[in-house]
Design a binder for this molecule. Structure first.
Ligand code: HEC
Ligand code: HEC
Length: 318
């Protein structure tokens, strides 16, 4: 945070000094060189000034307090919760919070390294009882997962981009039960996450995938089973739409891969869909690329996958 405030001060000072010199340069009948120099300097100063203002807006957003009040929940940690939590954590968290893709969630590889813009660092934390979450209450942990805020209200930028806010209280309880039941794995992956000044400037422009958390309370419980209703829930929490578009009719691409329309999958049988998600091979005999997270999705149980297909058949355009 200090570095970003210094960036703001330096840029704002450069802009002010620049503008001051513009007024010194401009004189009536001062000659063409002074006029051209003055105009250029004015432009540069205004641009630097605007960047510093955007940066300040980003600083106020990012370092402002985040999250709704922490709920007083205590997760029982029954065997049933742990078992369900393990399936969910394996499918939804292991892609980032592990290096190998295998449980336990002992921390993953820095994610911003692959993005060609200097955004800072985002290393998925060690979520075993050896990580810092061992000191958090169940309510604080659930708020972190659902709203992307740590116990002090600091933003967890990548977590805040997730759609885990739509997870039912029951599923969130199951995940926390599993996190607590993992073996404590010590690691030496550094946890020096930060957001750069570039990220501060991008925030007010809406270019950082940081989502507001609507205070709608815990989303309703959806009974797990091979139903379109449960499929809608899984598709929403898993955020298939982020790549495949809002109605699963094809995504726009950009920083994320452009997922195709899922209309083609409507004619697949449940078995074909399950095979595609578990092996990456579609009924047409094509192998899905790594851009499609089929390896993670395939870790869900059969009912969840059948449910997804039922939902795709319902919404995806023909
Ligand atoms: C897209 C990658 C990604 C996925 C998927 C993901 N996380 Fe994270 N998570 C991160 C990163 C990166 C951080 C570090 C803070 C940040 O940048 O948001 C983090 C931080 C956290 C933290 C804060 C821990 C700490 O010590 O600060 C918790 C709790 C957490 N994640 C839980 C989960 C759970 C539970 C799941 C699955 C339901 C999950 N995450 C899925 C990337 C991810
Ligand atoms: C990170 C982006 C991303 C996410 C998230 C994602 N997909 Fe995909 N998906 C892709 C891409 C890219 C392809 C095309 C892969 C290829 O052709 O090799 C694809 C292909 C598919 C296909 C094959 C379509 C066909 O006609 O061959 C299905 C089915 C599918 N995705 C379903 C899903 C479901 C269901 C979810 C959510 C649970 C999901 N995807 C989440 C990127 C994504």
């Amino acid at each position: 945070m200090t570095a970003n405030i210094i960036w703001f001060i330096v840029l704002a000072a450069v802009a002010l000094v620049g503008l001051r010199f513009v007024f010194k340069l401009f004189r009536p009948f001062g000659g063409i060189r002074r006029t051209v120099g003055g105009v250029l300097l004015a432009l540069v100063s205004v641009v630097v000034g605007l960047v510093s203002i955007l940066g300040l807006m980003g600083i106020l957003t990012i370092y402002g307090s985040r999250g709704t009040p922490v709920q007083a929940v205590t997760v029982a940690g029954t065997a049933e919760q742990i078992a369900r939590g393990e399936i969910l954590a394996n499918a939804m968290c292991s892609g980032c919070h592990t290096v190998s893709g295998e449980l336990p969630l002992s921390g993953g590889e820095e994610l911003f390294a692959d993005i060609p813009i200097p955004l800072g660092k985002a290393t998925p934390a060690n979520l075993t009882p050896a990580g810092r979450i061992r000191e958090w209450t169940d309510g604080e942990l659930q708020r972190a997962i659902r709203e992307g805020a740590d116990p002090d209200g600091n933003i967890l930028p990548v977590m805040s981009a997730n759609t885990f806010r739509y997870m039912s209280q029951e599923d969130l309880d199951a995940i926390v039960a599993y996190l607590r039941a993992q073996p404590a794995v010590e690691t030496d992956i550094p946890q020096d996450n930060y957001l750069s000044f570039v990220a501060m400037v991008m925030t007010p422009l809406g270019m950082m995938p940081i989502k507001d958390v609507p205070d709608f309370g815990p989303p309703p419980y959806v009974e797990p089973g091979a139903t379109a209703e449960y499929g809608e829930y899984v598709v929403k929490v898993f955020d298939c739409a982020i790549c495949h578009g809002d109605d699963l009719g094809g995504g726009p691409g950009g920083i994320l891969p452009a997922g195709p329309s899922l209309a083609g999958a409507k004619v697949w049988t449940s078995d074909q869909f399950i095979t595609a998600m578990r092996t990456g091979v579609t009924p047409a005999g094509l192998t899905l690329s790594e851009d499609m997270p089929w390896k993670d999705i395939g870790k869900l149980d059969d009912d969840a996958l059948k449910a997804m297909l039922l939902y795709i058949q319902q919404v995806s355009p023909s």
